[in-house]
Design a protein around this ligand. Structure first.
Ligand code: SAH
Length: 248
């Protein structure tokens, strides 16, 4: 199948990109992604969740980009994930749709964005998904959140050195109960335990240089996002940075 664009049938296009990158999804999940896109565009008329310029390309720039993590890594069943600075639910909602067993908490410091995400969670009837209003600096110190997540995700939120400090308080000291080793059939690497996943555009070397020496950081893994079928989506200049923290 020739991938010539996605304006007319985005669900078919995105499924083809998934298949080319060893990711499968059900019809129901595709429908849910479609509903999410409609809700995001509806809310975007009232509050600024994504740039107007991106509305036309929401499937490529936002949905596919959010899900690109799953082209590179497997996420263990039952993982507890925090999406820090979720805006309109990105990457949290598309990932939650594709990962039914994880729990996803989406945090943002702008109240009206959190209200929009809460409403989208309800309309999509997502379970184990919630949106919380607050600044990460403060929420990370609240006992109910401190040390209770396996992963922190952040898409377009802050420089890496700030994200490192914002995310550490949320992460579990140990990710007990999650798969240690990928089952033999799994082609992708399991995402390292206790890590921050930052979605970044543009040059990242300088930001990485600033965190590599940190005592908190065990390793930094950088993936580019030039995967099959995405040639037209200009994700190639974007990077996925997984910052693996030391186990304490
Ligand atoms: N992740 C979304 C939004 C990116 S814009 C997306 O990819 O589209 C960055 C978002 O982070 C904004 O909505 C802003 O309100 C939020 N934010 C920035 N600093 C924050 C902090 N310290 N705590 C919580 N949210 C924060």
């Amino acid at each position: 199948m020739e991938l010539t664009g996605h304006a007319e049938q985005p669900e078919i296009w995105i499924r083809t990109v998934f298949l080319r990158n060893s990711l499968s999804c059900s019809d129901d999940q595709l429908r849910q992604l479609g509903r999410y896109v409609s809700l995001l565009l509806k809310w975007n008329r009232e509050i600024n969740l994504i740039s107007r310029r991106d509305e036309e390309n929401v499937w490529g720039s936002h949905v596919l980009h959010s899900l690109s993590l799953l082209f590179k890594y497997a996420v263990p069943d039952g993982a507890r994930i925090l999406d820090l600075g979720t805006g309109g639910g990105l990457p949290g909602i598309p990932l939650k749709i594709l990962l039914p067993t994880v729990s996803m908490m989406m945090v943002d410091s702008t109240k009206k964005k959190v209200d929009a995400v809460k409403s989208m969670i309800m309309e999509l009837q997502l379970s184990q998904a919630e949106a919380t209003w607050g600044r990460a600096e403060a929420l990370g110190r609240e006992t109910e959140h401190t040390g209770s997540f396996d992963y922190v995700l952040a898409r377009g939120v802050a420089p890496l050195h700030e994200l490192v400090h914002l995310s550490v308080p949320f992460l579990k000291l140990r990710s007990e109960g999650l798969d240690e080793e990928p089952p033999p059939a799994r082609k992708k690497k399991l995402i390292p335990r206790k890590s921050l996943v930052a979605y970044k555009g543009g040059p990242v070397e300088e930001e990485i240089g600033k965190i590599e020496e940190s005592k908190l950081v065990r390793a930094v893994h950088v993936s580019d996002l030039a995967f099959q079928g995405s040639e037209r989506m200009m994700l190639a200049e974007k990077k996925l940075i997984v910052v693996e923290f030391r186990q304490t």
